[in-house]
Design a protein around this ligand. Structure first.
Ligand code: DGI
Length: 159
């Protein structure tokens, strides 16, 4: 029986943008397919919306929430959709524990151990469930987006 392929959403966070090459290398070495990818800079509202599912958690209150939003909007990010068997769990294993300091102790080969600093500046993101993967993929790669809604028509030039 062929194993079911799964999609997940990954982010290279602003602190790891100088490591994009090494991180993309790791993604392919781990056997993922990159099915969508873009670089963008999140607005403060977008960063807040992206992390809405953490509403109510202690780190989503002042001042931690501001640190998180400041960090996620401090520079561009690279967001991508990965596809593979068990991709959600596998990608979270590749990035390692949330706190980069803990990652250096328990998962020294992980991306957060290699490229992260602490539990905010932690290099990468990975969806944690099928439901959040679906929501986060739609967040960065809307299936009905501005481009598709745009009705402008291109007419070939005749000169
Ligand atoms: O899925 P993860 O990114 O590993 O962790 P998460 O979804 O629980 O949290 C999302 C982000 O919020 C995480 O990458 C960094 C931040 N965060 C999580 N837990 C803590 C935290 N920030 C602080 N300051 N303290 C935390 O305990």
């Amino acid at each position: 029986l062929a194993q079911q392929k799964e999609r997940t959403l990954g982010i290279i966070k602003p602190d790891a943008m100088s490591k994009v090459g090494q991180i993309i290398d790791a993604i392919f070495q781990c056997g993922f397919k990159v099915t969508q990818l873009k670089m963008c800079r999140l607005t403060r509202n977008e960063a807040f919306q992206f992390y809405q599912e953490h509403q109510g958690k202690t780190f989503f209150e002042c001042p931690d929430v501001s640190n998180l939003i400041n960090f996620m909007t401090s520079g561009p990010v690279v967001a991508f959709e990965l596809m593979g068997v068990d991709a959600i769990t596998k990608w979270r294993e590749v990035i390692g524990p949330t706190d980069s300091a803990e990652a250096r102790k328990t998962a020294p080969m992980s991306l957060r151990a290699r490229f992260g600093k602490d539990n905010t500046q932690n290099a990468c993101h990975g969806s944690d469930s099928v439901a959040s993967a679906a929501r986060e993929i739609e967040f960065f790669f809307p299936s009905v987006g501005t481009v598709r809604q745009n009705t402008a028509k291109f007419t070939d030039c005749t000169c």
